[in-house]
Design a protein around this ligand. Structure first.
Ligand code: THU
Length: 137
């Protein structure tokens, strides 16, 4: 699948540097391109009470919604250490969060911080998902 435009990768890379990740040391940046073209970027925000930490995707989605956008056209997730070669795929909870505002064909581009990429669709990462349509919305 095609590369995202560089602006989306650059936004994820830049916001990753703002991560509050003193406990894991694992910085993550997520950048959403919403339908209409606006970019919403967020980082992970950890907490001394560990379960209260928030993933980068959740931050980006919250900012998207607060800005008035409701549909994800594509999303880039960048995490880990440069050169580690380990791609940062969204956790299960974040796949469901993305599902709320995306469809099965929505591209999710995952990178390590060294720029190695793989692109999945949401349908690949979360098959047979439960979404608004299951509730008749
Ligand atoms: N993390 C994210 O922000 N997004 C992901 O897709 C995977 C994991 C964060 C949560 C935690 O702050 C750190 O990475 C280590 O799990």
């Amino acid at each position: 699948m095609s590369n995202p435009a560089p602006d989306l990768f650059d936004a994820a890379l830049a916001v990753r540097l703002q991560a509050h990740a003193p406990y894991s040391g694992f910085r993550v940046g997520a950048a959403i391109r919403a339908d209409g073209g606006r970019i919403h970027a967020g980082c992970n925000v950890e907490n001394a009470a560990y379960p209260q930490g928030q993933c980068a995707e959740a931050t980006a989605i919250g900012l998207m919604v607060a800005s008035g956008d409701r549909r994800i056209a594509e999303i880039v997730v960048v995490g880990g250490d440069a050169g580690a070669g380990v791609l940062c795929t969204p956790c299960g909870g974040c796949r469901q969060r993305i599902r709320e505002f995306a469809g099965p064909d929505t591209p999710i581009h995952v990178y390590d911080a060294g720029g190695h990429r793989r692109t999945f669709t949401l349908g690949e990462l979360l098959p047979f998902s439960f979404g608004p349509d299951n509730l008749g919305f």
